[in-house]
Design a protein around this ligand. Structure first.
Ligand code: HEM
Length: 276
């Protein structure tokens, strides 16, 4: 099954191809770069707010404030960032519609966006408001957000020439776990990461020649899975060893990780639209 919007939404094709000839697409087109900077500034705002909020739910950073206090302080920035990114995204999208219509990365990005909105507004903000306690609606929305995020990752992973963008998501996950883990877990985890990076470098630069793509591709994919298992394992150890703190247990922490990484998936897919 094709995952390009053009193939599963063929009926809107004629309308899409007119978007950059009419207002607002036509007006934005000559200033695409300026609007794209606005897109990225909005992303920094929402990303910063989401990271502060969700790290607090994981139990890291701003520990002099409760999660509900952090939520109160960062929510206006988060809302402004989300509004800004949707506003600028729709405008730059209207000025360059054919690229999006033929892009699997854009499909991954829109699924990621849907999951990000659910995990942020349906899960992470309510969890913070309740200082980490999860009700049944929050749990259901969490599950729904995870399923849609998994679909986004599936599309991202299946898109040829675009799927290396998943390394951004993996790198972000690796760094978050490095920040939040403590003590011996952090030392063992970091040593493992460095070891894996070295082994990957030697394998993909010396053992396999850098232009031997038929062998490099499967090797890099295998390393991706090994890194993923290592990072998820360390996140699980961190979450379980922290125990049920006063601001929520494993569910709250897992949702907080997901709520950061789902925005990173969306951003990475956005960046990789250009490489399709
Ligand atoms: C209504 C939703 C959105 C639309 C229609 C949209 C549209 C676009 C378009 C048209 C581009 C330029 C692609 C290209 O020509 O290479 C782009 C780039 C990008 N978008 Fe979005 N976007 C949306 C939401 C988001 C969100 C929520 C994020 C982040 C969480 C995001 C992050 C990015 C990034 C990082 C780039 C790459 C910028 C660059 O390469 O300079 N976008 N987006």
């Amino acid at each position: 099954m094709s995952l390009v919007p053009q193939d599963f939404l063929p009926a809107i094709g004629p309308w899409v191809s007119t978007l950059d000839d009419v207002w607002p697409g036509a007006a934005v087109k000559p200033y695409f770069a300026h609007w794209e900077v606005g897109h990225l500034v909005a992303m920094l705002m929402l990303g910063g707010a989401s990271i502060l909020l969700n790290l607090r739910l994981i139990g890291f950073g701003l520990s002099d404030q409760t999660p509900s206090e952090v939520r109160r302080d960062v929510a206006p920035w988060l809302h402004a960032g989300v509004f800004g990114i949707l506003f600028t995204g729709l405008l730059i999208g209207a000025s360059n519609p054919d690229r999006l219509y033929t892009s699997e990365a854009f499909t991954a990005k829109m699924l990621g966006l849907a999951a990000a909105l659910i995990l942020t507004y349906g899960v992470s903000l309510p969890l913070a408001r309740a200082d980490g306690r999860a009700g049944s609606v929050t749990r259901l929305l969490g599950l729904m957000g995870l399923v849609i995020w998994a679909l986004s990752l599936y599309v991202f992973a299946s898109a040829k020439l675009v799927n290396p963008g998943l390394w951004h998501v993996l790198t972000a996950a690796a760094l978050i776990v490095l920040f939040v883990s403590r003590g011996l877990t952090r030392i063992v985890y970091l040593a493992g990461l460095i070891g894996l990076i070295l082994i990957q470098f030697v394998t993909t630069h010396i053992v396999i020649k850098p232009d031997d793509f038929t062998r490099l591709d499967p090797a890099n994919k295998a390393f991706f899975w090994v890194f993923l298992v290592w990072i998820l394992g360390a996140a699980a150890v961190q979450t379980l060893s922290a125990g049920r703190g006063e601001h929520g247990g494993a569910f709250t922490k897992a949702m907080a990780y997901a709520a950061i990484l789902v925005w990173i998936t969306t951003a990475a897919a956005g960046r990789w639209i250009a490489f399709a």
